[in-house]
Ligand binder design. Structure first.
Ligand code: GLC
Length: 582
């Protein structure tokens, strides 16, 4: 077959798979309580997806107008980063009202319409729930700061200063994730308040039952507006060690404290992260989610953790906490290291009690998947990552623009930076603007993100002329079609949907290979070449109890030869092969 014919084959495969997929889509969000298992969740950064009203900022009506595109991609749910009213210091993660929509993004009616339109397409909407902190402009903080004895005096983490030479100093050495002391002096109360993130994001006091009740009320409100679930922001940060004693410094090999991008001596986070009380709150959130309307509301956690043991605990001893704590161990290895991938995927398969892993490679806080690029192999690297994400036994979380290979485009001048950490940390830390640039829909004005000629909130990356949705739709072998085909296989193929996963050829240093085996006996092999050199793999599946030795190709990277036996599968540089064993 020549290249065009090969391309067309995979193109038609995608169309066939998505057509049968629509036929099957009766089992989704609301009807099937297990819809979130082995599902695909698509993260949207609302400011950057689609601007419908020409103010240069994406909005809810823009997202609604793109639902057909998302349905064709094959996703099950959209996670929206925060869209509540907010001063936008942390672009929505500083909430000043938990019961409304920021006018920049639309209205509550627009939100309801988005939920309804998404539901028609069997797509659920997942809200971001920020529980650790509010904005400093939230009425709760304003009241709490007004005196030491107002009704909300104890809603935030207030602490007396340490007096040094008669001057107030922070109570301890705890650092904000975003640089410098985590304590901010309040002259009216003559006390400090604790903020794990920006100064404008004071931490709530989760020991206070009234704070808990207020947040559970917000959770109920959005469930009543039809959300399919929540992504719980910074959920491991809710509690702090009540002794408020200093953290240890993190030391380098020379025994001296390491310095972070902001110039601070780094401290540990044992006293501010993942304290055991978090689990009580997770169970309470779960009860609210389960009781509210007799339908499944999925709880996803932002869980950067120290070990797979900690990850296992996040599901709850009786499966009564998170449904999907994010596994940050696999996606953020950040280099094509076969052994590390093998070990960590295997941990997720064998050490979380058979619960559902949630793999993620990309989000609005980290450099996009181009951090895995290898010389001239941008697209090839992306295909490998997508194969690991969608062909593993997991719920797959992806980020807008991944599917066309959007590249991280950080600001080049300090004066252009929008994310405040990029200003504090410049030039070592350039902030997160680079992974939040507007979606590249086409090669026209403003890349189709905003009505023509509008100044967009972040610049459109120069790459939009080559990397955009329209170009990929016309190119049979494009990244977009690769994503569509993988997602369709994840939904359609019994082994790739929820089959058990076993690592194969575990001594291979170059190729990551695994077997997926469905309950009906169907077996599928997946092989990903992690190098820029051609490789050949051979599988003996007898030990796995798989009969058959002929591979029937389900998907392979463009240009790869068709294998005739499991004894010799050839992979080009960063090549991927997925085949059913017959
Ligand atoms: C989470 C969000 C991040 C935000 C932080 C504070 O890590 O993903 O974007 O800045 O919480 O809310």
């Amino acid at each position: 077959m020549n290249a065009v014919a090969r391309g067309l084959t995979s193109f038609f495969l995608a169309i066939f798979l998505s057509a049968s997929l629509f036929a099957q889509q009766s089992s989704t969000s609301t009807q099937n309580p297990d819809w979130w298992k082995n599902a695909v969740i698509y993260e949207i950064y609302p400011r950057s997806f689609q601007d419908s009203n020409g103010d240069g900022i994406g909005d809810l009506n823009g997202i609604t107008s793109r639902l057909d595109y998302l349905q064709a991609l094959g996703i099950d749910a959209i996670w929206l980063t925060p869209i509540y009213p907010s001063p936008q210091v942390d672009f929505g993660y500083d909430i000043s009202d938990y019961y409304n929509i920021d006018p920049q993004y639309g209205t509550l009616a627009d939100f309801d319409r988005l939920v309804a339109e998404a539901k028609k397409r069997n797509i659920g909407i997942i809200m971001d729930l920020v529980l650790n902190h509010t904005s400093d402009k939230h009425p709760w903080l304003i009241e709490s700061a007004s005196s030491r004895n107002n009704p909300k005096a104890d809603w935030y983490m207030w602490h007396d200063p340490k007096m040094v030479d008669g001057k107030p100093q922070p109570p301890n050495n705890w650092l904000s994730v975003f640089g410098h002391s985590a304590w901010e002096w309040d002259p009216a109360r003559q006390q400090y308040y604790y903020h794990r993130f920006y100064i404008q994001q004071p931490d709530l006091n989760w020991n206070n039952p009234l704070v808990r009740k207020a947040m559970y009320d917000a959770e109920r409100f959005w469930i009543q507006h039809g959300v399919a679930g929540f992504r719980l922001d910074a959920i491991t940060s809710l509690f702090e060690d009540p002794t408020f004693s200093d953290e240890n410094y993190v030391l380098g090999p020379d025994g001296k404290p390491l310095i972070n991008a902001y110039g601070d001596k780094r401290v540990d986070t044992l006293k501010t992260d993942n304290l055991p009380e978090v689990h009580d709150v997770l169970r309470e959130l779960r009860q609210v989610a389960d009781q509210t309307q007799g339908r499944k509301v999925v709880l996803i956690g932002e869980t950067y953790l120290r070990s797979v043991g900690d990850l296992r605990k996040m599901y709850g001893a009786h499966n009564d906490e998170l449904d999907l704590p994010m596994d940050m161990e696999v996606g953020f290895i950040n280099r094509f290291d076969v052994n590390m991938f093998r070990e960590r995927i295997n941990q997720a398969e064998t050490q979380i009690n058979g619960d559902e892993p949630l793999f993620v490679f990309d989000n609005h806080d980290n450099i996009r998947w181009d951090r895995y690029d290898h010389d001239a192999h941008h697209e090839d690297a992306g295909r490998v990552i997508a194969a690991v994400l969608f062909a593993s036994r997991d719920t797959a979380m992806m980020y807008y623009g991944d599917e066309i290979g959007m590249v991280t485009t950080p600001p080049t001048r300090k004066e252009d930076v929008k994310d405040p950490i990029g200003v504090t940390g410049w030039p070592k830390e350039k902030g997160r603007d680079g992974e939040r640039t507007p979606m590249q829909w086409n090669d026209g004005p403003d890349a189709g993100f905003a009505p023509s000629g509008v100044k967009t909130w972040l610049p459109i990356p120069p790459s939009y002329e080559q990397i955009n949705v329209t170009a990929d739709e016309h190119e049979p072998d494009s990244m977009l079609h690769w994503y569509q085909q993988l997602i369709a296989l994840k939904r359609q193929d019994p082994a790739l949907h929820d089959g058990a996963e076993t690592m194969l050829n575990t001594n291979d240093e170059h190729v990551l290979s695994w077997l997926r085996k469905a309950e009906n006996g169907e077996a599928v092999v997946v092989a990903c070449n992690f190098t820029d050199q051609p490789q050949t793999v051979s599988f003996d599946l007898a030990p796995q109890g798989v009969r058959g030795s002929s591979p029937k190709t389900l998907l392979k990277t463009p240009g790869a030869a068709e294998p005739t036996s499991l004894g010799s599968i050839q992979l080009g540089p960063f090549g991927v092969y997925i085949g059913r064993v017959e």
